[in-house]
Design a protein around this ligand. Structure first.
Ligand code: ATP
Length: 212
């Protein structure tokens, strides 16, 4: 029997937007993934100086983004353990849970550029079967430089073909706080929930970082 192919897509998803959904859907199609796990990170190590929306709200937003897509799953592997939440530990745990599966870690081009600064990047690359990368406007990816820092990474990278999308959660938060149009940057269910809960509507400078 062919091993199951599992995509692991980690993020803060504050809020989830169409860039995330297009990345996930294209990765699923192009890497022929059987399951795609959306791994919500409670308290990302690289966003320590940033205000993060409480976890329970981000869970609801992510559930709304996933909607009725049955091959997308909200994965609690990081929410259910104390931090710091490193990708390498997440992959180890998931591999223990489904040892026969092939694991594909999914990221945007900006994250690929930053990968050498992640915790144990070499071990992460050795653990996974592929690294699905969707390019992002302005990302700088020098594969030979990356290969020097993390030997073996080039062979693992699978670029995902998709239009470059100049959309980020930061930009959406800013648009909302300034009362600008943002509706079609997020899936309909996410838009409805943001409006219902009033999240992101205060100017970002007036809100304290809230730890979940
Ligand atoms: P923020 O603007 O708050 O930093 P973000 O939009 O980058 O957030 P994250 O939750 O931090 O969203 O990202 C999760 C993953 O999705 C990362 O690997 C990131 O590179 C990728 N990603 C996010 N937006 C895009 C996009 N427009 N194109 C390609 N990849 C993206």
């Amino acid at each position: 029997m062919k091993p199951q192919r599992i995509g692991i897509f980690g993020g803060t998803f504050d809020p989830p937007h169409v860039g995330h959904l297009i990345l996930a859907a294209e990765a699923q199609d192009q890497l022929r993934l059987d399951r795609l796990l959306w791994v919500l990170t409670p308290d990302p190590p690289h966003k320590q100086n940033q205000r993060i929306t409480p976890l329970e709200i981000r869970v609801r937003l992510l559930q709304a983004a996933i909607g009725d897509n049955r091959s997308f799953e909200l994965c609690r592997v990081e929410m259910d353990r104390p931090g710091p939440h490193y990708a390498v530990d997440t992959v180890r745990i998931l591999k223990d849970q489904v040892s026969s599966a092939e694991m594909f870690y999914l990221i945007g081009g900006d994250s690929l550029h930053d990968l050498p600064t992640w915790y144990q990047p070499q071990q992460l690359i050795e653990l996974i079967d592929g690294l699905g990368v969707m390019r992002r406007p302005g990302d700088q990816v020098d594969l030979s430089e990356l290969e020097q820092k993390i030997p073996g990474i080039a062979l693992k990278i699978r670029f995902i073909e998709a239009p470059l999308l100049e959309i980020s959660a930061r930009q959406i938060r800013q648009r909302i706080s300034e009362g600008r149009a943002y509706r079609y940057y997020v899936p309909p269910g996410v838009y409805q929930l943001i409006e219902e809960l009033g999240v992101y509507h205060l100017p970002s400078s007036s809100v304290m970082r809230v730890k979940s």
